[in-house]
Design a protein around this ligand. Structure first.
Ligand SMILES: Cc1cc2nc3c(=O)[nH]c(=O)nc-3n(C[C@H](O)[C@H](O)[C@H](O)COP(=O)(O)OP(=O)(O)OC[C@H]3O[C@@H](n4cnc5c(N)ncnc54)[C@H](O)[C@@H]3O)c2cc1C
Length: 384
């Protein structure tokens, strides 16, 4: 079969790898910039499975398996500093317990719930008086989005696929069951198309005639310089609880005296929406820096933390805050792989793999529960 993938972020590269593994030889990845040149290269790079929804957990576990495979086979560097999601609410403890049960049932048995005292022992400088528990993954951490996408594409090539990048898809037509994509001066013919265009998925969806309601928000990473080197490794500390409105602070070690920090959420943040995905700036950057400073200091009350803006990019959040993966009822040869929000590095390759299975097999194989993410679901109806 001839398969087109539009977008070479973690999602598109994960789709390419899986499609190639399934035997697709006529595979073209269209990327208007470079692989990981958009959100995937601009992320904080955190990967972890410490979340609450069973399907989200499963996709993250499968993505982590791919990362570990690439670590072994392609020397992909994984900084395994650990990850802790902390809560102040007793009511979250049963949700944390269900997360651990789900992880175990899916074959991942390295995480556990830790107490306030255990968290304090791990991160003595973090203020945890009001924390009641943490979900702890000791083997998780962060990676570099560029080298990750490159490794995914290298796998795809080694499976025998031809991968072409640095080309923007600018036009589309369908005739006699064949998809024709216009890219550069030419037009190429395909049997199926995957829309993995991240923040541009809505625009590409319109081009293809199959909407992908994605509402990108701008998010900024802040660099925190500490006055001293920490004598321990600061894991990824995350205070956002899935399902909550608004944002919560996160931070992780970058170097012994440097943290990467910012505000994280799974939902759209009022005032952060971006209309022109090619020309945008951080929204109220000074206010944001101030908010991060306050929230960081509440959790990490160290003297003389120096903060500066790091970089910014887009969270491609879907209109109902869930990933959009799968074929359209009206044309099952058009497949969406979009809406990965602020967690596309940790889950994107597995989401892309699901899209590839829909394209090649016409069904899901590795994560059947991802059937819940089809683009025609009622919660997305009328949201474009
Ligand atoms: C500041 C920040 C921090 C983040 N931190 C984390 C984190 O720590 N962990 C985590 O899991 N996630 C994080 N994220 C979220 C994560 O980066 C995204 O969810 C993820 O990168 C989305 O991947 P994607 O492949 O869908 O999109 P992208 O990486 O944006 O890839 C889509 C690609 O499609 C290409 N494209 C678009 N239109 C066309 C076209 N017409 N033709 C050809 N190519 C096209 C684009 O150039 C782009 O490269 C962060 C995001 C930001 C902005």
């Amino acid at each position: 079969m001839r398969l087109a993938i539009i977008g070479a972020g973690t999602v598109g590269c994960g789709a390419a790898r899986r499609a190639a593994e399934l035997g697709v030889k006529e595979l073209v990845v269209f990327e208007r910039r470079t692989p990981a040149g958009a959100s995937s290269g601009l992320s904080a790079g955190v990967f972890n499975v410490q979340t609450l929804d069973p399907l989200d957990i499963e996709l993250r576990i499968r993505a982590r398996e791919i990362m570990v495979h690439l670590q072994k086979t392609r020397s992909l560097h994984l900084s395994r500093i650990g990850a802790i999601r902390m809560t102040t609410q007793e009511a979250d403890i049963p949700r944390f317990e269900r997360s651990i049960e789900t992880q175990r049932a899916l074959g991942a048995d390295d995480s556990r719930i830790i107490s306030r005292a255990e968290i304090h022992a791990l991160v003595p400088d973090v203020k945890v008086d009001d924390i009641v528990a943490g979900l702890h993954g000791p083997n998780e951490g962060h990676l570099d989005g560029y080298t990750y996408c490159a490794a995914l594409l290298d796998d795809a090539k080694d499976f025998g696929a031809r991968v072409r990048v640095n080309t923007e898809v600018t036009g589309y037509r369908k005739a006699q069951g064949v998809h024709y994509l216009k890219a550069g001066d030419g037009e190429l013919a395909f049997d199926a198309v995957i829309n993995a265009a991240g923040a541009w998925a809505g625009k590409v969806g319109q081009l293809l005639g199959h909407p992908a309601p994605v509402r990108p928000d701008v998010h900024e990473v802040i660099i925190a310089k500490l006055a001293r080197k920490l004598p321990y490794t600061m894991p990824f500390c995350n205070f956002y609880i899935p399902g909550a409105e608004g944002e919560s602070v996160y931070f992780r070690q970058e170097a012994a005296d440097t943290l990467v920090t910012g505000m994280h959420t799974y939902v759209n943040v009022p005032g952060s929406a971006v209309k022109d995905f090619d020309h945008y700036s951080p929204i109220n950057s000074d206010d944001y820096l101030q908010t991060v400073a306050e929230k960081l200091y509440e959790r990490l009350p160290l003297d003389d933390i120096g903060l500066k803006s790091g970089w910014f990019g887009l969270y491609p959040i879907s209109a109902d805050n869930r990933f959009i993966i799968g074929p359209y009822r009206a044309d099952p040869t058009v497949i969406a792989a979009a809406g990965f929000g602020g967690v596309g590095v940790t889950s994107g390759a597995a989401g892309g793999a699901c899209a590839a299975e829909w394209a090649v097999l016409g069904r899901l194989h590795q994560v059947p529960a991802a059937e819940a993410l089809l683009p025609d679901r009622p919660s997305l109806a009328g949201l474009w």
